[in-house]
Design a protein around this ligand. Structure first.
Ligand code: NAD
Length: 287
């Protein structure tokens, strides 16, 4: 056991049901590490998310080694960090803050790396020349960045909120000039999906509380890979329809596990056993 236990927190609102603390602590135990990971729910503590800078300072003073940061603080926290990993800074969102031995704070984004690692794991060799992303919210923004970093050359972004899709396309295109990033409407999907390599779904549709699919199953075809980032449940209506249509699929568990494996590695300097963490994760969620 390490002489001083790791102390890590997850800061955000509604973080109580998160599986991340269990994932980190169980893997740490298997690695022989003493590791405490607690949720810090700003709603329950009646602390405004705009005070995230103070929360980071308190955590540092109280001896935390790191924080995971989630909704609604991923953007707000940026202004309160000493150093930010260039990819997270370009994206404008941080989900992991590590306190260095000298007390400096460094921000990272393991949503981006988590999607990329999960994609490489679950859909190795999948073509990414032309991809459609449905959902341009917080998670979709990280996924879009990951897709371009994975080599996507033509990315079409669809969202009910056309302004949001347009903004993300413009931002991403500016950051990654080698890629063509375009906003598109739902009406464009019948033209786009037949000529695309894959589609990533990043809206809440398909979650237990928002059942259904964000676009019609008839648009799926066997040459298309389909990735869903929803993981509650894992086997969403979209993935069921995609398998029935003969598509290769990737469920949301891959991104969820790898955002945790990547954060664990940043916090401890130890590469966790991703397969073991995935098995643990899949034992905790509904298929
Ligand atoms: P969000 O609220 O920030 O964004 C959702 C976006 O989807 C919004 O822009 C909204 O306009 C759009 N939208 C909603 N319904 C739509 C529809 N039918 N068609 C097109 N666009 C639609 O949410 P978020 O934080 O980005 O999370 C989205 C989903 O991703 C959730 O289900 C969440 O659980 C999941 N998620 C998974 C992981 C993972 O690790 N696998 C990580 C983060 C989020």
């Amino acid at each position: 056991m390490n002489p001083r236990p790791y102390l890590v927190g997850l800061v955000g609102t509604g973080v109580g049901p998160s599986l991340t603390p269990a994932l980190h602590m169980t893997e740490a135990r298997a690695q022989g590490l003493d590791y405490v990971y607690r949720t810090i729910d700003l709603d329950e503590l009646a602390i405004s998310p705009t005070r995230i800078g103070e929360v980071v300072s308190w955590a540092r003073a109280l001896g935390f080694d790191a924080l995971n940061i989630t909704h609604p603080c991923k953007q707000l926290v940026l202004a309160h960090l000493d150093d930010i990993d260039p990819a997270a800074a370009a994206l404008g969102a941080v989900n992991t803050v590590v306190f260095d031995a000298d007390g400096r704070t460094r921000g990272h984004n393991t949503d981006v790396t988590g999607f990329a690692h999960g994609f490489a794991e679950g859909l190795p060799d999948a073509a990414t020349d032309t991809v459609v992303l449905v959902g341009a919210g917080g998670a979709g923004t990280a996924v879009a960045d990951a897709l371009v970093r994975l080599g996507c050359l033509n990315l079409h972004i669809v969202d009910l909120d056309l302004t949001r899709a347009g903004q993300l396309a413009a931002d991403l295109g500016t950051r990654h000039p080698h890629a063509r990033v375009m906003a598109a409407g739902f009406d464009d999907l019948p033209d786009l999906l037949p000529v695309s390599d894959g589609v990533v779904h990043a809206t809440p549709t398909g979650m237990a509380a928002h059942p259904g699919m964000a676009f019609p199953a008839e648009l799926l075809h066997p040459r298309l890979w389909v990735a869903d980032i929803v993981y509650r449940p894992l086997n969403t209506a979209l993935l069921q329809a995609a398998r029935a249509a003969g598509c290769r699929t990737l469920d949301g568990g891959h991104m969820a596990v790898h955002q945790a494996t990547d954060a664990f590695a940043l916090i401890t300097g130890i590469t966790p056993d991703a397969e073991r963490m995935s098995k643990h994760f899949r034992s905790l969620v509904v298929d």
